[in-house]
Design a protein around this ligand. Structure first.
Ligand code: ZN
Length: 266
């Protein structure tokens, strides 16, 4: 009798252990499924997704995108060199270009710009078209900073660091190689009359808010997206991505980082 009882207890313990194990396995595979339904899910990042989601409580989709951007690690870690020019290339605090990176078709901006401004050809013609249309509405758009060489950015950044220290300088200035201005696809804009730092309070800014996407431009570092772009709100900095992508980004109120890691990262 005693033996039978012992055997039964033993059996119950074994069955319980098997059930527990099976449930655990099911839990893990369920959680995998939550991520796997997204085409931009990367198997090798699963552990990072789980850690980041536990920390941030974001949706599964945003968790995947933000981890793929690299945001679960601090800025300037696990950086990747971009070697080829592409009009939808992403240069940010995780992706950089080298000192001798070449932009095909770098052209001078002959109208609506300060002296010695250069942009990639398609970006330049789109900007000039946009500035011309703004002008016909009595608004002045002027390119005040466009393509920058590595050396130029190096000087600029080092001077900011001297004044403000690395921590603060990093919030508004890119380290050399990591500036979008290296791509020839980014423009800082003012309205001639007032300092660019005040651009947000101008008619020209309001017009760009309504119309920039029609010419293929996006406001690259929007308000309340600092945690994704890594930069403070910059009402003056625009990036050329083409009309189709600019329209999608505006309509969905996302950053270029989010667009890139949802549709272009492969
Ligand atoms: Zn800029």
């Amino acid at each position: 009798m005693k033996k039978v009882m012992l055997f039964l207890i033993f059996l119950i313990v074994i069955i319980s252990i098997i059930c527990l194990f099976k449930n655990k396995k099911k839990e893990i595979s369920n959680s995998n499924n939550n991520y796997e339904i997204f085409s931009f899910y990367k198997k090798q990042n699963l552990e990072r997704y789980e850690k980041y989601k536990a920390k941030t409580n974001l949706s599964y989709k945003d968790t995947i995108i933000q981890v793929n951007i690299g945001l679960d690690n601090s800025y300037y870690t696990n950086t990747k060199e971009i070697t080829l020019f592409n009009s939808l290339m992403l240069v940010n605090k995780y992706n950089y270009v080298s000192k001798d990176f070449k932009i095909p078709n770098l052209k001078p901006v002959k109208e609506f710009a300060k002296d010695n401004m250069y942009l990639e050809k398609e970006c330049m013609t789109s900007f000039v078209k946009m500035a011309r249309d703004a002008k016909s509405n009595n608004l002045n758009l002027r390119a005040i900073s466009t393509y920058r060489s590595y050396e130029y950015q190096e000087n600029l950044y080092n001077n900011y660091v001297k004044v403000d220290g690395i921590r603060k300088a990093d919030t508004y200035s890119a380290r050399p190689g990591f500036s979008e201005h290296h791509t020839g696809l980014a423009i800082d804009i003012d309205n001639i009359k007032s300092n660019y730092l005040n651009f947000e309070n101008t008619e020209e800014f309001n017009w760009l808010q309504e119309n920039a996407y029609k010419y293929g431009f996006i406001l690259r570092y929007p308000k309340d997206k600092e945690n994704i772009t890594g930069y403070i709100y910059e009402p003056w900095h625009y990036r050329y991505v083409g009309i189709k992508v600019a329209s999608y980004i505006k309509k969905n109120n996302i950053t270029f980082e989010e667009y890139y890691y949802e549709f272009l990262d492969n």
